[in-house]
Design a protein around this ligand. Structure first.
Ligand SMILES: Nc1ncnc2c1ncn2[C@@H]1O[C@H](COP(=O)(O)OP(=O)(O)OP(=O)(O)O)[C@@H](O)[C@H]1O
Length: 256
């Protein structure tokens, strides 16, 4: 059984069909990339998977259970973590606190529960969560930055901090929306190795990315979207040489 399955998924915004009858599976343990021109519907697919939108038609299932139409919190709790195209950090909180915000739903307490901070079991719980948050930071090589303000991190590290926050919910699947955007070549190389480490830790990776060198070097499989329609799917070498993909995207200024 596939970990994630999109079955004939369509979403319309007024007259615009942003995603048009897309069938797509994500297999357990793989790194799958979704590529395509600006406006092709890639982020919309992530928003459909994570419950920000409900499909107009079709269905999405995760671990064999239908999730389309569920609230984003329930989908996150079911095991799908994500990062966003634009960094969404609490810049005036510490690096560790940013990850704790991702992890707090794992504990018995929630944000309201932190009012009861004096209860000893809450302190114990917080200690365990902080340890887990540090583990997540280690996965993206940021544990040494735990007590710095997020705002003081260089750009590439802020992007990795977002990944740590997504990992804090112990997801089975992580969605990365343009993780390499704005990074310099060195930062991209570090990120690539981190994504491989995340997969080696048993987490399935589904990413949207425009940097073709990054995508081709990292992905097991690639799906291609154009005007909301899936036009191709296959191994990197198949996608690189697919005439329809070259015509729609690779030949038109994609970063090689
Ligand atoms: N909430 C919305 N309301 C109306 N139109 C939307 C909405 N969200 C997305 N769209 C439209 O749907 C289409 C797909 O957008 P989407 O952001 O998914 O593309 P993308 O492939 O992620 O593009 P990019 O590579 O530029 O990030 C675009 O035409 C966009 O304007």
């Amino acid at each position: 059984m596939s970990l994630l399955k999109l079955d004939n998924v369509t979403i319309r915004f007024g007259g615009l069909v942003a995603v048009d009858g897309v069938d797509l599976t994500v297999e357990r343990g793989e790194i799958l990339a979704l590529i395509g021109p600006n406006g092709a519907g890639k982020s919309t697919i992530f928003n459909l998977i994570t419950g920000i939108y409900a499909p107009t038609e079709g269905s999405i299932s995760f671990n064999g259970r239908p999730i389309s139409g569920n609230k984003p919190y329930h989908i996150a709790a079911a095991g799908i973590g994500r990062t966003f195209q634009n960094i969404r950090l609490f810049t005036e909180l510490s690096v560790l606190e940013n990850v704790l915000i991702g992890a707090h739903k794992l504990g018995k307490w929630d944000l309201a529960g932190s009012i009861m901070k004096l209860a000893p079991w809450v302190r114990k719980e917080e200690g365990a969560l902080a340890e887990w948050a540090i583990e997540c930071l280690k996965q993206v090589d940021l544990a040494h930055r735990a007590y710095e303000l997020a705002v003081n991190l260089p750009y590439g590290e802020q992007r990795r901090l977002e990944i740590a926050r997504a990992l804090a919910l112990k997801p089975d699947l992580i969605l990365l929306d343009e993780p390499a955007a704005g990074m310099n070549p060195q930062e991209k190389q570090v990120l690539l190795e981190m994504v491989l480490k995340i997969r080696a830790a048993g987490i399935t990776v589904f990413l949207v990315e425009h940097d073709m060198k990054f995508v081709m070097g990292l992905s097991d499989r690639i799906a291609v979207l154009d005007y909301g329609v899936k036009i191709a799917e296959g191994k990197p070498e198949e996608i690189r040489t697919n005439p329809q993909v070259i015509e729609a995207y690779l030949g038109k200024g994609a970063v090689h």
